[in-house]
Design a protein around this ligand. Sequence first.
Ligand code: GLN
Length: 390
Amino acid sequence: MPASRLTGIRPTVFAEMSALAARTGSVNLGQGFPDEDGPADVLAAAVAAVTGGANQYPPGIGIPALRAAVAEHQHRHYGLEVDPDTEVAVTTGCTEGIAAALLGLVEPGDEVVVLEPYYDSYLAMLQMAGGVRRPVTLRAPDFRIDLDELRAAVTPRTRFVLLNSPHNPTGTVLTRAELEAVAALAVEHDLTVITDEVYEHLVFDDAGWPGHVPIATLPGMAERTLTLSSVGKSYSLTGWKVGWASGPARLVSDLVAAKQWLTYTSGAPLQPAVAHALTAHPDYPAALAAELQGKRDLLVSGLNAAGLPTTLPQGTYFATSDVSGLGWEDGMAFCLALPERAGVVAIPEQVFYDDPRGPGRHLVRWAFCKRPEVLREAVGRLSAADLTGG
Ligand code: GLN
């Protein structure tokens, strides 16, 4: 049994479902990782860094070239000014960024408003940090923020909002009005916003104007927002585990205070390659998003045709279906039966809710960051299968 700080935290569903896919030879639309790697010259830059001697500990906050590239990225895409020496830190993926932010900033007992369903590491790390989560639920089928519920979630003990937009697993991209509501609460109650924006570039052109808006760009927010992102989703390099934090020096340095004891430093030869990706290929993520949009449409129309009502996501590479109409007790039962029924693996979303029998009980997530032939194969299998429950 792990220590009590992990009590009640189930093993990550992504590993469980990827193992199930491997064991059953299923098409894996569960864990979100692309089946094609990012730009060839970025891969080559990593090889060159390995053979060129970039193999010993880099600075804990990251190499200067990558911090400069992150600062330039924030400026180029969003007009945000961050000092690469004091307002940027490199992390081992965004997952470490979340861990270090929560461990470095949250006092035990602090309340943290968080969008539910939440990515599983938020739950685990909030609990390990002693934070108290105050969920605001995005409800099917359109998964918008209920602004009354948002306001009601803030109490005198609230100190943080842990935001995620574009949102995993629902694919919601928060609108400017939703972000303004969060910002107004943050200013009024002096809250710090920690925002996971790893899907920042994976937004579709029908998401509605103006697409993804970093909350740090709203008035009064830059000074109270710690923004987290990574190379993984934007450049199809999820296994590199290179991420970054940017924001006010005091927030970045509190994150680094925890990060130094977690990993000390991150992936020496990958850092110059990621700096190269950001500076040499600033438009790559937009092209990736355009390509993903076609894959999204292929999968979502296929799922709907197969009898799985599916919400059209505005961003990320995930789509959500409701399996209640097929007669399943819950999404977990559906996902566990799916390899045998259809040879496909998906993620039950109920594990991302406080109450697994609550509003996410019958929701299932599919990843569409796969080659079109893989998506067509999955959709073909699902259409041919008997998907009725019981
Ligand atoms: N972020 C990826 C997803 O949501 C998986 C990450 C993981 O396996 N921890 O599918």
